[in-house]
Design a protein around this ligand. Structure first.
Ligand code: S3P
Length: 175
């Protein structure tokens, strides 16, 4: 099988990384779907929020980095990352080696409305009296690093399949 660069999705919680990665995977033969958070949960045999509660964020970040070190070496993957991978700049560098990185962007209002549709309590980074304020703080802190992506995709007011097509067009243009 030909080695093709990974498609790596980065961005905040609620940006749609996992959903869009699944849709990309459905469209692409010979690509594997990989969700870094799910791999961490399998390895730790705990949910993300339990890892945060029992062992703290620093431990979670260590597991996240180890997982990226491992999978950044392979090709032909659609990789959904956790929103905080940019907390360690080495993660971006590793993922760039064999991958094209897409930053899925949305405003704090939009992100909040999307995470509110799932269970916000499962998002340890949003355990805060004012989750919207927290999202804004995280966006401000992380955006310079998200912008290290090869492409920025604005996800607001777009159909999911439109976003998928935009990513594939840009990805194909890099080959
Ligand atoms: C985090 C985002 C989560 C998960 C963890 C930390 C963050 O992933 O990795 O709760 O720091 O933004 P999603 O972006 O898939 O929600």
């Amino acid at each position: 099988m030909e080695n093709k660069k990974n498609i790596v999705l980065i961005g905040m919680m609620g940006a749609g990384k996992s959903t869009i990665a699944h849709l990309l995977d459905e469209k692409l033969q010979d690509f594997q779907y990989l969700d870094i958070d799910k791999e961490i949960e399998k390895l730790a045999q705990k949910h993300i929020e339990e890892i945060f509660a029992l062992q703290g964020e620093a431990h979670f970040r260590k597991l996240e980095h180890e997982m990226i070190q491992k999978y950044a070496n392979y090709h032909n993957q659609v990789i959904a990352t956790g929103g905080g991978i940019v907390e360690n700049i080495d993660n971006i560098k590793l993922l760039k080696k064999n991958g094209i990185i897409f930053y899925l962007k949305a405003s704090a209002d939009e992100l909040l409305s999307r995470v509110n549709k799932t269970n916000i309590r499962l998002r340890p980074m949003l355990k805060h009296p004012n989750p919207k304020q927290r999202l804004k703080e995280l966006i401000n802190k992380r955006e310079p690093f998200y912008k290290m992506a090869d492409f920025e995709i604005n996800t607001e007011k777009k159909e999911l399949l439109q976003i998928v097509d935009e990513i594939l067009q840009k990805y194909d243009a890099t080959n």
